[in-house]
Design a protein around this ligand. Structure first.
Ligand code: NI
Ligand code: MN
Length: 225
């Protein structure tokens, strides 16, 4: 499995010969100016919640690629009304896709669309695949529900928000890493806006002091799981 950072909370994942895009927020993000959304491949687009900083490029990518949208019921209904194909889920539910099993996990956050309309409840994704198991937390506070994840599967890798203010910060993310029993963490949802700028050295040190690794990928770079 290859995970590429698209900036903010955006990921591109290659697994089982399929391409997954998660929460694309690229075209308005000056930090992601080197990512060309016109060439991103996508068989599926996973959306954790309806906030603008997670959906802004969904329409363009879905229209060009015909990718199927995986998200909560309300978000998939919203895109279905626009003519896009989707697979609706809700918290705690799993579905076996051709690339692996997806579970829509709990997140503590909000989920309105940019126009204020209801975007269902926010979530994250647990992906269980033949190439490894990963957890993408979405925008969330530290929550005790994270302890449920290692009861379902042994994680190889996790992506956690670390930018603070709108989500948990890196200190809480260290505790989250303990809750999910995972030592290899990629941080996301940081530095994009003034509210979520972080000190990279302090964040990495907080993880290494707990015997864990925090990966802060430059935008466009990839990690193999
Ligand atoms: Ni959000
Ligand atoms: Mn966000």
């Amino acid at each position: 499995m290859k995970i590429t950072y698209l900036g903010h909370a955006g990921l591109s994942i290659e697994v089982a010969g399929k391409n997954l895009i998660v929460d694309p927020f690229i075209s308005p993000n000056p930090l992601a100016k080197d990512i060309d959304i016109e060439v991103l491949e996508a068989d599926y687009i996973l959306i954790t919640h309806a906030h603008q900083d997670h959906i802004v490029d969904v329409d363009a990518i879905a229209k060009r690629t015909g990718a199927k949208i995986i998200s909560n019921f309300e978000i998939v209904t919203h895109y279905g009304n626009l003519g896009f194909e989707g697979h609706p889920m809700n918290h705690g539910g799993s579905w076996q896709f051709e690339f692996g099993r997806v579970t829509y996990t709990n997140a503590i956050h909000t989920s309105s669309f940019p126009d204020g309309s209801y975007g269902g409840q926010p979530g994250g994704f647990l992906l269980e695949t033949d190439e490894g198991n990963i957890y993408i937390a979405g925008d969330t506070a530290l929550t005790f529900d994270m302890k449920l994840i290692p009861m379902q599967c042994k994680l190889d890798f996790a992506v956690l928000p670390i930018g603070d203010n709108f989500t948990m910060g890196y200190e809480s993310a260290v505790i989250a890493a303990e809750f999910i029993e995972c030592d290899k963490i990629m941080g996301y949802h940081y530095d994009t806006f003034g509210y979520i700028e972080i000190d990279h050295a302090k964040a990495k040190n907080a993880f290494s002091s707990a015997g864990k690794e925090l990966i802060l990928l430059p935008i466009g770079d990839s990690v193999e799981v």
